[in-house]
Design a protein around this ligand. Sequence first.
Ligand SMILES: Nc1ncnc2c1ncn2[C@@H]1O[C@H](COP(=O)(O)OP(=O)(O)OP(=O)(O)O)[C@@H](O)[C@H]1O
Length: 591
Amino acid sequence: MAVNSSRIDEEQKAVLKKDTMLRMFKYLLDYKKQITIVLFIMAGTIAISMMAPLIMEYAINVCVAQKDMKGLLRLGGGALILFLLFLAGTKIRMRLMAEVSNKVLLTIREELYQHIQTLGFGFFDSRPTGKILARIIGDVNSLKDVLSDSVTQLIPDLLTVICVAVIMLIKNYRLAMAALLTLPILAIGLFLIQTTVHRRWQIYRKKTSNLNAYVHEDLSGIRIIQSYAAEKETKNVFHDLVNQHYKSFMDAVLVADAFGPLVEITWGLGGFLLYFIGIKIIGVEQVGIGTFLAFSTYIAMFWSPIRNLANFYNKLTTNITAAERIFDIIDTEAEIVDQEGAKELPELNGEVEFKNVSFAYSDEPDRLILSDVNFLIKPGETIALVGPTGAGKTTIVNLISRFYEATEGRILIDGHEIKDVTLNSLRSQMGIMTQDNFLFSGTIRDNIRYGRLDAAEEEIIEAAKAVSAHEFIMKLDEGYDTVISERGAGLSIGQRQLLAFARTMVSKPGILILDEATSSIDTHTELLVQKGIDALLKGRTSFIIAHRLSTIRKADRIFVIDQGNIMEAGSHEELLALKGAYYNLYQSQFA
Ligand SMILES: Nc1ncnc2c1ncn2[C@@H]1O[C@H](COP(=O)(O)OP(=O)(O)OP(=O)(O)O)[C@@H](O)[C@H]1O
């Protein structure tokens, strides 16, 4: 049962911002070589830009003062060459850095995606798909800005600030101190703003996630919404979520917008102090016009990157919340993983045993869905599970494939406890067909081949023929090359089920699980499919869950599941003779 929805904000573990930042920037360490080259280029371009005021100072104090026109021209020529070198260096550096930061993004996105693939049903039960999408797409995209800016802005700006400060201090430490006096005010202001703004951006991201979840759910269920004419209600919910989203954004931006004015004010104040102290206290004649002019250029060179750094800090505070959400998922441990030293499950004979198995879903640990279930199924037996809705039939088959872990007890296949074998060797030998016959966008052939990626063309056709899908496929314009869209739109529900059947068949499973698999096929086709299954899976263990009892009469044994346990077990005839729950069920369908 999903505990999270578009109306509930996600919970997230609190992590130190510093740790998240370090973790994010650590990805850059894989590109040491490129970053070293860039650092060298940057050192060169920064050195060139530092020389500009010095050239100007020399031109005024020496060349102009001595009326040395030749010297002035030489100086101009040199400055032009330096300028061209500066342009070329900047271009190469930015290109290299953009490449590095995009590669880092790729790594993070892949890491996140791969990790999500390993998370079990429990993870997906507990959060809407839209919220997962928001993290893979939206949150990773936000990181792009901060990562690329960190490499293209942070380092050069930091270096520029340090270099300008050093030059100013060397040239005239009193003027430098005057210009930098307002820095502590800026630092304190930035710290105070970011503390509030970080919290507000966290809320904003949660609201974005809620909106995503709702839109995704709404679109997935659009047919139901339209058939119940519920557009108005959904519009109201959407409107409400959009408003919350808007409000959370405005709340965050209101505080974040203070970054800019704070920098401008401290910058202006710094400039004022430079002139006030320089002119009034030290005196112009003491300093020299050239030095004064150089200083007014330096102060702009100093505060301009400071403004960039403050903007970067603002962006970092905005987007660090995205990084927190990404790492939150990467750190979510998969509940069901291969145990250390897990062995490969040998080719299956198909014996399945439940020993004192009890089970509760993790969101309701006190509610036992299965309670002390025991059975032994011989290889090749066909077992049907029947019982009222919500009795636990699907839960039993989900435990065999280890989609969930038994809370208590042991599950053995051919004598191997399923916990001790690798998930891949277990699941690759299972053919599972559920009520959800999800088809992927692509050709019909590709969809059938999904059951076993190395299946040959003949095997695909053989599987389709076995489940009576071949006939309808051949009637399609492009036959097996017909392209279907996601979920199989364009095909009837029965046709989708037949394709899903062929997909399961082609996998040649050791154990077959059919959970309400034939519910959408008409009774005539169902008979044909049943023949196909019988032929293909002769001698293989199978579990069939069906409400339609006609489907399961031929099963070797029928388990009647109710109240978390097997209430009756036996063949169709034996159970009818018992005149118990199965008999009543049968009577209600056929009497
Ligand atoms: N992912 C889940 N999280 C929490 N509870 C769940 C989950 N899936 C099922 N349940 C609960 O477990 C119980 C058994 O569900 P299960 O799907 O196994 O029943 P079923 O016998 O297959 O029903 P049906 O015939 O309707 O398919 C139900 O009461 C259901 O509410």
